[in-house]
Design a protein around this ligand. Structure first.
Ligand SMILES: NC(=O)c1ccc[n+]([C@@H]2O[C@H](COP(=O)([O-])OP(=O)(O)OC[C@H]3O[C@@H](n4cnc5c(N)ncnc54)[C@H](OP(=O)(O)O)[C@@H]3O)[C@@H](O)[C@H]2O)c1
Length: 167
């Protein structure tokens, strides 16, 4: 019998809880892109249809599952799914042990109740308004590691790479 894959959310979030001003990622942080690429290389991903369209051209060795309500939507790369449980079932049937949820806000909100693990880059800026990441409540979430990265010549903002496990 196949076991349920681990579900990890990976996101970069402002101090006031936003991931975007509405279109695209609102900062240019090569260090965070490196972190994202390293974590997700070769993985199955679960992505909302809006973010998927922003990321097209980026996928290499990834298997994207695209969350959509549109039964006619056929993604050029990967597969369409209509729910988080359907994504978990597909991955389990393929004996995949982990899925990374890569946003956006709708996908994060739908996936958080099913998630085991969060990789959150806390970016030291405030957006004031925008598209929100769900609140990380403690409990059930427990911070298990936190690594600071100061601003530097390539990264105008400092960031903190945090990892949370479900308690
Ligand atoms: N900072 C970060 O780490 C980060 C990461 C990723 C994305 N982002 C940003 O997040 C923003 C996009 O977020 P978003 O919330 O607008 O869009 P999204 O989560 O990427 O995609 C939304 C789409 O998901 C589908 N969907 C929503 N609820 C559903 C449900 N209950 N069942 C099935 N499908 C459902 C719908 O697709 P259909 O319309 O096809 O039905 C909906 O249009 C962008 O600005 C992006 O740049 C930031």
């Amino acid at each position: 019998m196949s076991t349920r894959p681990r579900l990890t959310l990976i996101a970069a979030v402002s101090e006031d809880g936003f991931i975007s001003r509405g279109q695209g990622v609102p900062w240019d942080l090569p260090r965070d892109r490196l972190h994202f690429r390293a974590a997700t290389a070769g993985k199955w991903l679960l992505i909302g249809r809006r973010t998927y369209e922003e990321m097209l051209g980026w996928f290499r060795d990834h298997t994207p599952l695209v969350l959509t309500r549109d039964p006619a939507f056929v993604p050029p790369i990967g597969k369409a799914v209509s729910s988080v449980p359907q994504a978990l079932d597909l991955a389990a049937a393929a004996r995949v042990d982990e899925i990374y949820v890569c946003g956006g806000s709708a996908a994060y909100h739908l996936a958080l109740p099913h998630a085991d693990h969060l990789l959150v880059t806390h970016v030291s800026t405030r957006l004031g308004t925008g598209v929100a990441f769900p609140k990380i409540e403690t409990p059930p979430w427990r911070l298990v590691s936190s690594i600071e990265h100061p601003a530097d010549a390539e990264n105008a903002l400092s960031m903190r790479f945090a990892e949370y496990q479900r308690a």
